[in-house]
Write a protein that binds this ligand. Structure first.
Ligand code: SF4
Ligand code: SF4
Length: 130
């Protein structure tokens, strides 16, 4: 419905104005397991219709398909380009979204895939003072 599409665009625009508050740091190195390409989470996509619309707005998202839901009901996506050995078959042409993953500074907790060698560390006020 048109109203759902307008709402999706509105919330997307609104997210750009959320004040950045860095509370989490991502530490570690990539072990190239490929699990992040097989288990992509979206915390603000609530229906298949929204997912299709997101793919319509952001063409690079067309490589993703819905794999299922996690225990909290969030959609889990996977990418059509991930290979058995964990390598990306379009590595040189992968989108910015993939190049920037994982972001080193976050303002919300991010659940990393089970086999991921990165860890998300919460920083408190004392850490910033040091
Ligand atoms: S395009 Fe490549 S790097 Fe990006 S999610 Fe797909 S397999 Fe992973
Ligand atoms: S899940 Fe983590 S360790 Fe594995 S490929 Fe992705 S970023 Fe690298």
């Amino acid at each position: 419905m048109l109203i759902d599409k307008i709402k999706t665009i509105y919330y997307e625009l609104l997210s750009y104005f959320v004040p950045e508050k860095q509370e989490y740091i991502v530490e570690g190195e990539c072990n190239k397991c490929g699990e992040c390409c097989r288990n992509i989470y979206s915390l603000d996509t609530y229906s298949e219709k929204e997912f299709r619309f997101m793919q319509f707005i952001y063409p690079p998202y067309r490589r993703f398909y819905i794999k299922g839901k996690d225990e909290e009901g969030n959609f889990v996506f996977s990418c059509i380009y991930i290979q058995e050995d964990g390598r990306c078959s379009v590595y040189d042409k992968r989108p910015k979204l993939c190049r920037n993953y994982p972001k080193k500074k976050l303002n919300h907790y991010l659940k990393m895939p089970d086999k991921c060698s990165y860890r998300v560390v919460k920083k408190d006020f004392r850490d910033y003072l040091e």
